[in-house]
Structures are given as C-alpha cells and as structure tokens.
Design a protein around this ligand. Structure first.
Ligand code: SF4
Length: 371
C-alpha cells in the first residue's frame, strides 16, 4: 500500500480558451472561423474523450496546419493538476488550479459498500467525485468547503476536465460512476452541471450511462424538480443528515429555506415521475445525529418512500473541527436499527480518511497550513 503526496508540474496555458466542455455543435461553431466543420469537431472529441489525449500535436488524424491552428488559438486543458494524494485504501485525490488560480478538487474512489437486508452484494466500482463550484454558499456545519466560502461557479469545461484527469490517473481501469458530490452545490450551478453531465453521458463524450451519473444536492428543491423533467435518467441523491427540521436547521442552514416536508415532497415527485429510487445520504456525526432515537426517526421519516439510505461515517478534518466521527459501536447499532426498519440501507466504508478525502478538505489544508 502506498501513501504519497506529490506536486505535479503540469501548467495550463493562461489566456486561451479550451475546447473541453463544448458539445459537438458548440465545438463545430468554435472551429467555424477556421473553415472547419462538424466532422473535425467529432475527431477532436474522440481524441479528448475516447483516447484521453488533449495535446493537439498528438491528434494525428488532423492535418498538420489544423493542429498548429488549434495550438495557436486554444489551450489543451482547463485545469492544471497542482497536487495528488493517494490513500492507503486506494482513494486518490487531485487538487487542481483553474486558469484564474481557483483551487478545485476531485476524488477517485474505489467502491465496496455493505448492503443491508435486501441482500445487496458488495460491488466493484470506480467512482469519480466531481466539484461543481469553487467553494460553496450553503455552509453545512460539518463541511470543510462550506467553511471556506464561495468563489464562483465552475464552467462545464472545468467540470468535465476533472473527469479527464481522474481517468488519466486511473489508467486502464475505467471509471464506472460519476457523482456531483465534491465542492459546491450542483443545483446552484444547474445549467453548467447539467451540460457537463450531458457531455459525460454523450456517446461522443465519455459515453457513461445516465444511470451511472448522480446529482447530489443538499436540498435545493427547484433543482430536484427541474432534474425530474430532464429527458436523461440521471440519479438523484439528497444529503439528508438529520431526521427532523430542528437538527437539520442547525447543521444544514439550507433547510430553513427548504424544510424537510417540502424537500421530501420534491423527492417524491422525482421518484414518481422517473420511477426511480432516490438516494438519501446520512453522514453519521458523533453525538449529534447518531443515537438510536435518530435511527428510528430516520426510518420513520422515510417509511414507504421509494428510496435508499446510504450511511457514511463522518471524516474529521482537523483538530479544530467541532464535529467528530461516531464511535464504531454506535455506527454498528445505528446501521442495525435503521436496516431493521427500512428495507434498503447501505453502510459506506469511509474512504480516504488519511488524505482528507471529504469534500473541500484538501483545499482547506492547502489554505490553512497550521492544520
Ligand atoms: S456539504 Fe456540499 S452543499 Fe454543504 S457546504 Fe459542503 S459542499 Fe456545500
């Protein structure tokens, strides 16, 4: 097992736009001033997304003059990899710098979940956890990103380029799932997150099935309702973390705007319209939401709901953190109680604790050297 922390010298060309994040029509439009058409756009997309090549000089089925034109007018990447961390458990994390210097991070997570009484087997998967914003406005109490504040929305190209770099890191191993669960709230950057998801889904892009792409929201109700109307079968996850409004108001201030009743009504509409399960993420915070009473309340809140509960043990991000991981005995009891009352419960193994792999933590560490 390895545990490394290295800096990679790979610079993005500042000033030129990149072609990543454009769909085939947009790419054809970008090439039109140079007399090129959709055919060339499809060739470039194949190099980007099928072969993992962003250096125009290596796109050997393009003419030499076109390669020179592309290199003169466009940057090969949106993001530069600033640091890589590799966990003992196989989780890998990248810190990027955008062309304006914003720090963004993404995580590559090998997967094995513990299923509940519905007999779900452990599964093999490789999940890319992508950021949709630099920072976040929502200030969830347990989140390092929330404590950093908000900088800006990411462009579709910046979102897609995270996956490009993560796939390069994975090498021959194919990424099987994408979750918008990194920094930021995807439904507060809805258009760009959706454009990125469509490119990831497109057969000209990463060609990943929509059922393998999950939007995870802290509870932005209009976003849930919009996603329910999109033609693609994208999955919906809701970061729930509390079984009642009083506690949820405290640890997730977004609940004051969209309380549980409204949130669950929107989730129900998504489930009914799509005929799909909604995933409820519940991060277990020691002494806050991990009691037996909370477990019973959670099962009762979601009783009869076409959903699945994912329990996740909190990943403490520093000595000054006001929250702590729950005791292993409390985690076990919580899991047993909820899975005795609700049919679909998964206990996620906590990944990447030694590399601060929860959202925003790597960036927080880079910005707070004392930690
Ligand atoms: S948990 Fe997600 S929504 Fe909440 S502050 Fe962190 S990044 Fe934002």
């Amino acid at each position: 097992m390895t545990h490394s922390n290295k800096t990679i010298g790979h610079e993005v060309t500042i000033g030129k736009p990149s072609l990543k994040g454009l769909d085939v029509d947009q790419l054809a439009s970008a090439l039109a001033p140079f007399g090129k058409r959709a055919f060339h756009a499809r060739q470039i997309m194949a190099w980007f997304y099928r072969r993992g090549v962003s250096d125009f000089a290596q796109m050997t089925d393009l003419s030499a003059p076109l390669r020179a034109t592309l290199a003169a007018h466009f940057a090969p990447d949106e993001l530069a990899v600033a640091a890589e961390k590799r966990s003992r458990d196989g989780t890998r994390k990248l810190l990027f710098h955008a062309r304006d210097g914003e720090a963004i991070e993404s995580v590559l997570i090998p997967g094995k979940n513990r299923g509940s009484r519905d007999g779900e087997a452990e599964d093999d998967r490789l999940t890319a956890c992508l950021s949709s914003q630099a920072g976040c406005k929502l200030k969830c109490g347990f989140c390092a990103t929330g404590s950093l504040g908000f900088s800006r929305d990411l462009t579709p190209g910046e979102i897609v380029d995270q996956l490009f770099h993560l796939q390069a890191l994975a090498g021959q191993e194919r990424i099987t799932n994408v979750v918008f669960m990194g920094m930021g709230e995807p439904f507060l950057n809805y258009a760009n997150a959706l454009a990125a998801a469509r490119l990831i889904n497109s057969h000209l892009g990463f060609n990943l099935g929509a059922r393998h792409i999950t939007f995870s929201t802290a509870g932005i109700v209009p976003g849930i309702l919009k996603l329910a109307r999109e033609p693609e079968q994208f999955k919906l996850a809701i970061s729930l973390n509390a079984p009642d409004d009083v506690l949820r108001d405290r640890i997730m201030p977004v609940n004051r705007k969209y309380p549980l009743k409204e949130l669950l009504a929107a989730a129900r509409r998504y489930a009914d319209e799509r005929g799909k399960l909604v995933f409820f993420e519940y991060v277990l915070l020691g002494g806050v939401n991990d009691s037996q009473e909370h477990a019973r309340q959670l099962a009762s809140l979601l009783a009869g709901f076409p959903g699945k509960i994912n329990l996740i043990v909190y990943n403490q991000y520093g000595p000054g953190d006001e929250f702590r991981a729950p005791a292993p005995r409390d985690v076990e009891r919580f899991f047993r109680t909820v899975s005795g009352l609700f049919p679909r419960v998964t206990m996620r193994h906590s990944k990447g604790q030694d590399i601060q792999a929860a959202c925003g933590q790597l960036k927080a560490l880079h910005q707070t050297p004392s930690r």
